[in-house]
Design a protein around this ligand. Structure first.
Ligand code: OGA
Ligand code: MN
Length: 287
């Protein structure tokens, strides 16, 4: 395969590989080494079936099922390892803008790390862009290792050892609520992760904040929210961001422990069809 950096340590284009075919051990290791360095990999022109998508993903770890989008909806895809991120109903028609499922889809436009609200959280996300709108709907990634390195020594000392609470429904509530019952919300309680962690594959330190973080252990809520807000503002400066302009059949792979990402707005009346398959962190490796 050919690996072409977009910047020296963040985002690379990978060509001369066919992701629809079973991945050799050598190719798996090469991809793992590339993502340890670049954190985001772009594989252009890789049309995949759901089964091929899931098989490729399973090479990198156990599958994470995420938070089922719009829990009352019958799944449209037959492979339950693949998360449907299309703004369509079961028959493939674009949803009315006011459909409740758009709350969860629009929540993806906040900076976040997939499944950081779960234990274990997500490691690699592998997103297939099948049908993208002409305007808007890009996906952006922010390098959280570079963001950590760029903090002042004072701020590094301040946040050293701090633990934040991550909650799945914080982002939905920010958008006015996603129609979840108290029982559904209670079924996925908040989890706690260090604000700074070390990525085992690269040895680099990385920030771990985002829209799912809503408290810091041992701190009053307003002070915690403001510190989390300041950290997120720092962490998502344009100098840390790669913006992906989609072509249909691009496949993106990123490390959720080293990056934040977000979608950008688009016309909700236009089809936007993406499917994601995700691996979990193997917890004793993450420490
Ligand atoms: C995701 C996600 C952003 C987008 O797939 O996890 O957040 O651009 N996607 O749809
Ligand atoms: Mn996401």
């Amino acid at each position: 395969m050919n690996i072409e950096p977009i910047s020296p340590d963040f985002a690379a284009r990978v060509t001369d590989i066919d992701l629809s075919q079973p991945l050799s051990d050598e190719a798996t290791v090469e991809i793992e080494q590339a993502i340890a360095r670049f954190a985001v990999l772009i594989f252009p022109d890789q049309p995949l079936t759901d089964d091929q998508h899931a098989a490729f993903t399973r090479r990198f770890g156990p599958i994470d099922k995420g938070l089922l989008l719009g829990s009352k909806r019958k799944p449209r895809l037959s492979n339950s390892d693949v998360i449907d991120l299309a703004n369509v109903d079961a028959d493939g028609n674009v949803l009315p803008a006011a459909n409740i499922r758009n709350v969860s889809l629009i929540a993806n436009q906040f900076w976040h790390s997939d499944s950081s609200f779960k234990s274990p959280p997500a490691k690699y996300s592998i997103l297939c862009g099948m049908d993208l709108p002409d305007q808007g709907g890009q996906t952006e990634f922010a390098d959280q290792r570079a963001a950590y390195d760029d903090l002042s020594d004072d701020m590094k000392a301040t946040i050293d050892g701090m633990v934040a609470e991550h909650w799945a429904y914080h982002s939905r509530n920010m958008l006015g609520g996603g129609g979840y019952s108290e029982a559904e919300m209670a079924a996925l309680p908040a989890v706690h992760w260090p604000i700074v962690h070390t990525i085992s594959e690269s040895g680099r330190k990385s920030l771990f904040v985002g829209i799912h973080t809503r408290e810091i252990d041992g701190m009053i809520t307003p002070e915690a929210r403001m510190l989390l807000h300041d950290l997120l503002e720092h962490a998502t400066q344009r100098k840390f961001v790669y913006r992906h302009e989609w072509q249909n059949n691009d496949v993106l792979m990123w490390d959720n422990q080293s990056t934040l990402h977000r979608g950008r707005a688009y016309d909700l009346n236009q089809l936007r069809e993406l499917r994601r398959c995700t691996t979990e962190v193997v917890l004793d490796e993450a420490g």
